[in-house]
Design a protein around this ligand. Structure first.
Ligand SMILES: Nc1nc2c(ncn2[C@@H]2O[C@H](COP(=O)(O)OP(=O)(O)OP(=O)(O)O)[C@@H](O)[C@H]2O)c(=O)[nH]1
Length: 367
């Protein structure tokens, strides 16, 4: 089985959709963690101030103003998803700055040990709490680790504590990394499951075409564009002729195979922007945006010929009947389908293997 990331990355469209979905889900986490952390830093600054430590002014400015302000800014920006890039940059930089400042004011002093937990916590926070996605979180945590190690080279801590400090540091990074990996895996699995659920809720299990619910939705979407651009939109209803005979003669499973091949023939012969669905047993519908009635009539005729020429299961031919209708302003998809259906029944009545157009101006146009 492919790893989750390659499953997502193998489809560039799905990858960018995943990133978009991921941002939506992390924004809330990011907001709460930013506000809470800002609050904790203010408390930190107050406690530190009362300890009367050297560089008190620097500490107060850093922990009471700069870091909380940065976090509050991130929290507020999280209400505006288009600022995500800025938020992400700040979130990557903020913990590194916090670690750097901690080392700057405490390294080499006797109370360094009391401030070291902030370093470990900062690494875990970056990897698991911040709301950053996997890669930027790892980058930021690794940068923090590197700064701590470099600081220990420049200003060595007592030999007996060195190993202990390294142990806590690596532990913080490793636990954070494990958690970040788990979070990322859960996120990707959830996304893929959601995609699969959405797909199965909208597709016909036998043919893989859209189902009635989805075609209704696609029609409404196309209608919004069509109305805006004042373009025509047409609908074709299709029904396989004497399909009951196929089932009776060759069996139900052969009937299923015919439905699948029939769907494939239709799908291969429509344009990319057209939408096709199976809406009943052997009934199909195609929505054709930006298509006039006469153009749709031409499409239906060409589909009819393609179907008639196709040899199903290398054994027999099938014919099909078509009803075409153009959308009228203010009409619902149900009404449009009803008119296309009437044209389809007309095609059946007139001997099958035919295309008929819904009444009114269309007939004049095509005669
Ligand atoms: N194999 C198979 N058969 C189906 C499926 N859904 C519906 N049917 C069958 O499709 C047949 C439709 O028969 P009718 O509605 O009488 O239509 P027809 O025989 O195609 O006749 P006309 O439409 O009048 O040309 C019935 O026998 C249904 O059992 C399906 O998913 N698989």
């Amino acid at each position: 089985m492919l790893p989750l990331s390659s499953m997502i990355q193998s489809k560039p469209h799905q990858w960018s959709a995943y990133q978009f979905w991921s941002i939506q889900t992390t924004l809330l986490q990011l907001r709460y963690s930013a506000f809470l952390t800002a609050l904790l830093y203010v408390a930190y600054a107050v406690i530190e101030y009362h300890l009367h430590l050297p560089m008190a002014g620097v500490r107060l400015t850093l922990h009471g103003l700069i870091v909380p302000f940065m976090l509050l800014f991130i929290g507020v920006c999280s209400f505006y998803p288009r600022m995500y890039r800025i938020i992400r940059c700040l979130l990557v930089i903020a913990p590194v700055i916090a670690v750097f400042c901690n080392l700057w004011v405490n390294m080499g002093t006797a109370y360094f040990i009391f401030f070291a937990p902030e370093l470990y916590l900062s690494i875990i926070w970056t990897l698991t709490i911040s709301g950053l996605t996997y890669r930027p979180a790892c980058l930021s945590a690794f940068a923090s680790m590197l700064i701590v190690v470099c600081a220990m080279v420049v200003q060595p801590i007592p030999q007996q504590f060195f190993l202990l400090h390294i142990l806590w540091l690596i532990s913080a990074f490793m636990f954070g990394l494990v958690n970040a990996t788990v979070i990322e895996t859960i996120r990707k699995t959830t996304y893929l499951q959601q995609c699969n659920l959405e797909k199965s809720a909208h597709t016909d299990g036998l043919t893989g075409l859209w189902n009635r619910k989805k075609i209704d939705q696609l029609f409404v979407d196309e209608l919004a564009k069509t109305n805006f651009l004042m373009k025509p939109i047409t609908l074709i209803m299709i029904d396989i002729d004497h399909f009951k005979y196929v089932n009776d003669q060759y069996g139900h499973s052969c009937g299923d195979a015919v439905l699948q091949s029939f769907a494939a023939v239709l799908q291969q012969n429509i344009r990319q922007g057209d939408h096709i669905a199976r809406i009943g047993g052997e009934e199909f519908v195609i929505v054709l945006p930006n298509t006039t009635l006469s153009q749709a009539y031409g499409v239906a005729q060409s589909l009819r010929k393609n179907v008639a020429q196709f040899k199903f299961g290398d054994q027999f031919h099938c014919t099909s009947s078509f009803g075409v209708a153009e959308y009228r302003l203010g009409e619902s998809i149900t009404d449009l389908m009803k008119r296309a259906d009437q044209a389809l029944y007309q095609a059946k009545d007139n001997g099958r293997d035919r295309v008929e157009v819904a009444a009114d101006k269309a007939n004049v146009l095509l005669m």
